[in-house]
Design a protein around this ligand. Structure first.
Ligand code: 5GP
Ligand code: ZN
Length: 121
């Protein structure tokens, strides 16, 4: 299902061209247009789910796949976890609703990393 008004659905459908960092049959990943950190990726399901709060048990596998992609992509971007004593690492973030600062109502996980300072998110 997609929403014709949704900017991320338009990126998923290629109606709006945006270079993809990763894609498979369920997920696309692209760079945030207004990055808050040197690495700022958005992990986005092809399925239009508005918020994390709209997820149900049936979405568990998809959510697990999205979360599991984060460390892999972070490593690919040079900000992977390098153990507790290493400098590497990244932040994962899901904003939900106005109170959570959500701007785009199509579920996504932010992956942020790289040298600070970062813009506040
Ligand atoms: P939210 O606040 O909903 O968690 O995050 C939405 C993010 O999507 C923001 O960081 C914003 O910069 C990014 N964004 C909004 N529109 C576009 C777009 O058209 N292309 C890309 N690549 N990112 C977008
Ligand atoms: Zn959408």
């Amino acid at each position: 299902m997609s929403d014709s008004q949704c900017i991320f659905c338009k990126i998923v459908s290629r109606e709006i061209p945006s270079p993809l960092v990763y894609e498979d049959d369920e997920i696309v990943v692209f760079r945030d247009i207004n990055p808050a950190a040197p690495v700022h990726l958005l992990i986005v399901p092809r399925l239009h789910i508005e918020t994390l709060a709209d997820c149900e048990n049936q979405h568990g596998a998809l959510l697990g796949k999205m979360v599991g992609l984060a460390p892999r992509l972070a490593r690919q971007e040079g900000v992977g976890y390098a153990g507790r004593d290493g400098d590497g690492g990244f932040k994962t973030l899901i904003n939900t609703g106005r109170g959570g600062g959500q701007e785009v109502y199509h579920l996504h996980i932010h992956v942020l990393g790289g040298p600070r300072p970062w813009k506040p998110r």
